[in-house]
Design a protein around this ligand. Structure first.
Ligand code: BTN
Length: 149
């Protein structure tokens, strides 16, 4: 028992140091996706709620694109391990549509933060007979924009 104590101490310190050095993924900040759309997420509050602005690079409409508000929620459960799941809604200010995104904030193999998402874009249609064609689905990958970009 006496011999095991220093070993356990070293093991405990090593595991602790490793825990401290593991990089976490934070949603806060400016992001760009694979379509060239930009998004800014302002601070995530203690409940995991956040808001921000979304500037899409593309539109399914013929309307002029405008920056639009987003509201979201990040999972704060104990098992997220610095790579949290989240969802957010963009209420487009220039169209009748709504998009919901769901995803996870990862630290990739190069240590870079990346948001892997899926989305549903719901367009407004004139009547119920057109409901079948009202929803598009896709994926987006977001990477962090640094100060200069
Ligand atoms: C609209 O066309 O009615 C609103 C804009 C929709 C833009 C979509 S949302 C999913 C995809 N990801 C983006 O960054 N932009 C498109």
């Amino acid at each position: 028992m006496v011999k095991a104590t220093p070993f356990l101490l070293v093991l405990f310190l090593a595991l602790g140091a490793h825990g401290l050095s593991v990089k976490k993924c934070s949603l806060t900040g400016r992001w760009v996706n694979d379509l060239g759309s930009n998004m800014t997420i302002t601070a995530v509050n203690g409940n995991g709620d956040f808001s921000g602005m979304y500037h899409t690079a593309v539109t399914a409409t013929s309307n002029e694109i405008k920056v639009s508000p987003l509201q979201g929620s990040m999972q704060k459960g104990p098992n997220q391990r610095g790579q949290p799941t989240f969802g957010f809604t963009v209420n487009w200010s220039f169209s009748d549509s709504i998009t919901v995104f769901t995803g996870q904030c990862f630290v990739d193999n190069e240590g870079k933060e990346v948001l892997r998402t899926m989305w549903l874009l719901r367009s407004r249609v004139e009547n119920i007979n057109n409901d079948w064609k009202a929803t598009r689905v896709g994926t987006n990958i977001f990477t962090r924009l640094s100060f200069q970009e």
